[in-house]
Design a protein. Structure first.
Length: 364
């Protein structure tokens, strides 16, 4: 099958776009599909080189998904960005060559609307990774409703969904058709995960930024080292200037992050409880899939995964004292938590993973 993989967010290594798109391109190529990747036009050269064995990269899109509407107007910024991106992307999509399927690993409302304006005549499959409403887009329901209504009128066949159950609950009422898929997670985890014994090494992973507690990292890492823990600190975008210290291992971009995650006995995700109420984490999914316990914020999508699996502990407020208390709680109850994490990884491998994710996305 000829597949156009479209992602205006594919520009640099940090974040989930490259990781997911790379996994998809490799899987699709290995299963005999002919893939073309359409990325942001300012994609980094090293990403194009990485994709070469599997698919050519066509730098195409002028507008990426991460725009703060208030940069344009405090009142009408959302509308301005939505209309501008929809029209600009629709114009860019005119350059997509003939294919049998348009595959959007990550889609936004403006991108879905652009497909409707373009009038796509082939099946479309897409995954949503963000909540309907956010601080940047408090009126997100309007834009998604408009995009869904437009797509229902103009697209022939569409398979759109999300990985997180909370997202399905929020998006399904906006579709007007009642069709919204719940995809398996694409994270495979480590193939030979074993139950951990005690907490000696803790880890921080991902694209470090404000909503992920970047402002606490210096103090938090210092307290962990002083308490006798070894720390693996992954900073894919090199945005945190931590000083090298005994017991601290700082790593940059890692092609297969799970190989670092399984070196840890505990993963710490000091994320904002407000920002992650309806937002998931690929790092947490990799940890669960690999049987590694985690510390996460309570009252969030992440916290509900821990409630479901028992594979970790939670903090209520984002500050060093509460995060450290959750770490010590995990250490005290580690035998039970580690057993639960191991059991969760066994269940995960039977129900999730890249094979199941791609199979569901191709079922249009």
């Amino acid at each position: 099958m000829r597949i156009s993989l479209l992602d205006p967010g594919l520009q640099r290594q940090a974040g989930h776009h490259f990781d997911l798109d790379f996994k998809l391109a490799r899987w699709l190529a290995s299963h005999g599909h002919k893939v073309k990747i359409y990325s942001h036009r300012e994609i980094k050269e090293e990403l194009c080189v990485a994709f070469e064995p599997f698919a050519p990269v066509m730098p195409l899109f002028r507008s990426g998904p991460y725009v703060n509407p208030k940069r344009y107007d405090n009142y009408a910024g959302e509308l301005i960005v939505y209309q501008f991106q929809s029209q600009t992307l629709a114009e860019d999509l005119e350059q997509v060559s003939a294919s049998d399927l348009w595959l959007w690993p990550t889609i936004t409302a403006a991108q879905l609307k652009a497909c409707s304006i373009r009038g796509v005549k082939v099946p479309l499959s897409a995954c949503i990774h963000t909540p309907v409403v956010s601080d940047e887009y408090p009126n997100g329901q309007i834009w998604w409703r408009d995009a869904f209504l437009a797509s229902n009128r103009s697209l022939t066949r569409m398979n759109i969904g999300a990985i997180e159950a909370e997202h399905r609950y929020d998006y399904l009422p906006l579709t007007s058709t009642g069709r919204f898929s719940l995809f398996p997670s694409y994270f495979d985890g480590f193939p030979d995960a074993v139950s951990q014994k005690e907490v000696r090494t803790v880890g921080f992973f991902g694209h470090q930024r404000g909503e992920k507690g970047a402002h606490l990292m210096g103090e938090l890492v210092g307290q962990l080292l002083s308490s006798g823990y070894k720390v693996i600190f992954h900073d894919s975008n090199r945005s945190c200037a931590l000083q090298k210290r005994p017991g601290l291992n700082i790593v940059g971009f890692v092609p297969d992050l799970v190989t670092e995650i399984v070196k840890c006995d505990l993963i710490i995700l000091p994320y904002s409880p407000d920002r992650y109420k309806r937002k998931g984490s690929g790092i947490l999914m990799d940890a669960i899939a690999s049987g590694v316990p985690s510390v996460v914020p309570f009252g969030t999508v992440l916290g509900r995964w821990i409630d479901k699996t028992g594979a970790g502990t939670q903090f209520v407020e984002l500050n060093c004292n509460q995060v450290m208390a959750a770490v010590e709680n995990a250490k005290t109850n580690y035998t039970n938590i580690a057993r639960a994490a191991h059991n969760a990884s066994l269940y995960w491998k039977k129900n999730h993973g890249l094979d199941r994710f791609v199979s569901r996305m191709l079922d249009v």
